[in-house]
Design a protein around this ligand. Structure first.
Ligand code: RP5
Length: 168
């Protein structure tokens, strides 16, 4: 069992085939100075281990769970069922099927009272999951609030610079 102590964010994915996309989430978190615990856990293939992770995440120091899955994507919903922590869902686009819409609907269409904060499909959603996790943690952490401010400022400056280059 990997050590989850010291990590405030967990990045879970239903399969190692999700890793090429979720790497951008992990990379972004690390750039924010957040070292996540990363696990491959499946709502369908390893349900007991996944549920156990969710049930114990809070007492292991996790504050936000990011859960990525494709196809009939139930991982984020299963995490919500077994944990009171905020759950961020990232729908993955499978090799076959309706371009990630299956995973999007499976992740976002939670019943009332059991929310999953659902990001965009794929790489954009993976990156946004890291930013959204930072936004949640920044509410109670001044250092992370500054990291968020700096990130937003750098992002704005980058776009303005591109605009300036275009109009030179
Ligand atoms: C989901 O099924 C995984 O999250 C993955 O996106 C999809 C396909 O899994 P593999 O067959 O590639 O392992 O559970």
């Amino acid at each position: 069992m990997p050590n989850t102590k010291q990590s405030s964010v967990a990045v879970l994915m239903g399969s190692d085939s999700d890793m090429p996309i979720m790497e951008s989430c992990i990379k972004q978190l690390r750039e924010f100075g957040i070292k996540p615990v990363v696990r491959i856990l499946s709502a369908h293939r390893t349900p007991a281990v996944a549920c156990d992770f969710a049930a114990n995440a809070g007492k292991n120091g996790i504050r936000v769970i990011i859960a990525a899955a494709g196809m009939a994507a139930h991982l984020a919903g299963a995490m919500a069922a077994h944990s009171q922590l905020p759950i961020i869902g990232v729908p993955m686009q499978a090799k076959e099927g309706p371009f990630g819409l299956d995973a999007l609907l499976s992740t976002v269409q939670m019943p009332p009272g059991m929310p999953v904060g659902t990001m965009a499909i794929g790489k954009a959603g993976a990156k946004n999951a890291a930013v959204f996790a930072l936004q949640i943690l920044a509410l109670s952490d001044e250092k992370l609030a500054q990291v968020l401010t700096d990130f937003r400022k750098a992002q704005t400056e980058k776009v303005l610079q591109k605009d300036a280059e275009l109009n030179r």
